[in-house]
Design a protein around this ligand. Structure first.
Ligand code: FES
Ligand SMILES: [Fe+2]
Length: 383
């Protein structure tokens, strides 16, 4: 992965020559892969057997902070314990399965709202009302059920629900978020769209001029990207035109903050995007071949002076968010919903991703390889 100075020189070279990064091969993705229930089910089973980003570490700022949501259709709760450790549990009471936490917040204990069983933040079953009604229960064996593993890396909490079939995104992860960034906004939304269409829309700049003629294009370039793979992850850089002001700036300690948009696809369902004035982190939760829920967080940029963001930086970040949601994001949403509507048209058996769209080919290629690994592993288990 290039540092900012190397990235600048690479971009200036493209600007001067009217070029962009090119992949080595075309990618043909079967349209069936966006529509088939079997393929969708396999993607969800894969999601349970890879380390999958669940939320930013910054969403769990203090002991007792928790985030509860489904991942691959399984309700989970991730919580920072009193000891500071982040743990992940299946969000189901050990009595009769009621979910114990909803949304996000901060708590001292998870108390089931059905009959009142209570669990400590480390999962231990602490209290059963009228315990004499359960003479045979062993409280030590009826704590919250943890997932297979939790990894904290690059400012993200990764959850591996079941025995992993490979390292997934953790094979080689770029630096993403730092400790001093704060979550200033978060939301949950859903779209009647296959999750892969939305991911694809963020991974190439070939569409910037035709799709975003008045929103993004005046600030950026037509078809100019730097594409870098890191393990199954990929980073796509979209420079702003103002980057040309840096041509003669000394390269030591150079920062491209505010000069580029960097889209990091964290294999395969999440993205961490560094925009001009904020970071946007999105976790896709595929719910069906044609429906996806999105959990999104917006974070401040790292403060170059250290410490948390100033009020001014926060105001700039909020302005950045509203500019995007009023303009380019709507244009992208229209494209993906139009493609979704035409998926069953029979016009295409495959979608063709060309040399400018190699980041998308990389995502599909790695997904196909991991699904093959999953199929092998499931076959071996049946024997
Ligand atoms: S289901 Fe939770 S206490 Fe009964
Ligand atoms: Fe776009």
């Amino acid at each position: 992965m290039r540092n900012d100075a190397e990235l600048l020189d690479h971009i200036l070279n493209h600007i001067d020559n009217g070029t962009t990064d090119l992949g080595d091969e075309d990618w043909y993705e079967p349209v069936e892969n966006y529509a088939s229930q079997d393929r969708f089910d396999a993607e969800l089973r894969l999601m349970r057997r890879l380390p999958i980003p669940f939320c930013p570490v910054a969403a769990l700022p203090e002991p007792g902070s928790y985030v509860a949501r489904s991942s691959a259709g399984v309700p989970l709760v991730v919580v920072r314990g009193l000891d500071g450790t982040i743990r992940a549990f299946r969000n189901a009471c050990r009595h009769r399965g009621m979910q114990l936490a909803e949304g996000s917040g901060c708590t001292k204990i998870f108390r089931c709202t059905y009959h009142g069983w209570a669990y400590r933040l480390d999962g231990q079953l602490e209290y059963i009302p009228h315990e004499q009604g359960f003479p045979n229960i062993n409280k030590d064996q009826n704590g919250l059920v943890p997932v297979h593993g939790v990894h904290i890396q690059s400012g993200l909490v990764f959850v591996t629900q079941d025995e992993p079939i490979g390292p997934g995104a953790l094979e080689s992860l770029p630096d993403l978020l730092t400790d001093d960034q704060i979550v200033f906004d978060s939301d949950e939304s859903h779209d009647d769209i296959n999750w892969k269409l939305t991911a694809e829309g963020t991974l190439e700049g070939y569409h910037i001029k035709p799709t975003h003629p008045e929103s993004f294009y005046p600030y950026g370039y037509d078809n100019l990207n730097v594409i870098e793979m890191q393990g199954p992850n990929v980073r796509v850089c979209f420079p702003f035109r103002r980057i040309e002001k840096l041509r003669d700036v000394p390269r030591e300690n150079l920062s491209l903050d505010r000069m580029v948009t960097l889209v990091n696809r964290i294999f395969p369902f999440a993205s961490v995007t560094r925009l001009a004035q904020h970071y946007s982190v999105t976790f896709a939760e595929p719910e069906s071949p044609t429906r996806t829920r999105y959990f999104s967080y917006r974070l401040t940029l790292p403060n170059p002076e250290g410490g948390v963001a100033t009020d001014e930086a926060l105001a700039r970040a909020r302005k950045d968010v509203s500019f995007l949601s009023d303009t380019g994001n709507k244009e992208d949403a229209k494209v993906v919903s139009d493609i979704q509507a035409a998926i069953g048209s029979g016009a295409n058996t495959h979608y063709l991703f060309g040399r400018f769209e190699s980041a998308i080919g990389h995502l599909h290629k790695n997904l196909a390889e991991y699904l093959e690994k999953l199929a092998q592993s499931e076959k071996n288990n049946v024997r």
